[in-house]
Design a protein around this ligand. Sequence first.
Ligand code: SAM
Length: 258
Amino acid sequence: MNQPQSRASERTENQTHFGYQQVDESAKEKLVGDVFSSVASKYDLMNDIMSFGLHRLWKRFAVCLSGLKPGGHVLEVASGSGDLARHFAKQVGPSGRIVLTDINADMLALGKSKMIDAGLVGNIEYAIADAENLEFEQDQFDCVAISFGLRNVTRKEKALASMYRVLKPGGRMMVLEFSKPALPRLSKIYDCYSFNAIPKIGKWVTDDERSYRYLVESIRQHPDQETLRKMMLEAGFDEVKYHNLSAGIVALHLGFKF
Ligand code: SAM
């Protein structure tokens, strides 16, 4: 049986992790891009299979806490297939503004086609954008959300600062991401499922075991709940708190810009 390998050793300067591999910071963006281009066509199916449909509930929970009202302006960063954006569009209505951004053209195209299939057209914008360098004017959005995206970003501090900049004063930041399970026994079962079953399911559904091994490893490299909370405070967000979902397998972090 495969066991979780030890985490990659501490990062050295200009090095980062890609799953458990150490790579140059400059190489990570392409490696992550290749992962999502490879899995884009089966991305939603895999999410449903791997999470037993739970990702839909985690995302619904996040949407319920967006604080968005009709006419609101919202940015989804690393939007992928746009699961949050479709709900946000209903919250802000036709007088609102919804912007979907992703660094990967294949994933952004998937999101766009799903928005159109859902009849959501008109007040929706799409842009290829790196979370680390969002080229919008500052103080633009009532809510900025990133769902299962931050762990793929090379310089997370830079991305948090970039998202803070475009948020309006009074606005709300939401980070939905895999996190650290709160119960040790659950951790063992979760590790066993993740390291053994998920890459095999990935191979079976997408013929790409490697990308799903990256997924599992990248989750273990992502900052835990408290570390991410501190990173958000350091980026300038106020009143940062988090909700553990499914016993901490996932966490929703909320922060405000005052
Ligand atoms: N938000 C969607 C969801 O919750 O299902 C998609 C999440 S998917 C696991 C991660 C997404 O992050 C991919 O679409 C990928 O292209 C995007 N991504 C990775 N690095 C990024 C970056 N630096 N800036 C913006 N998007 C990025």
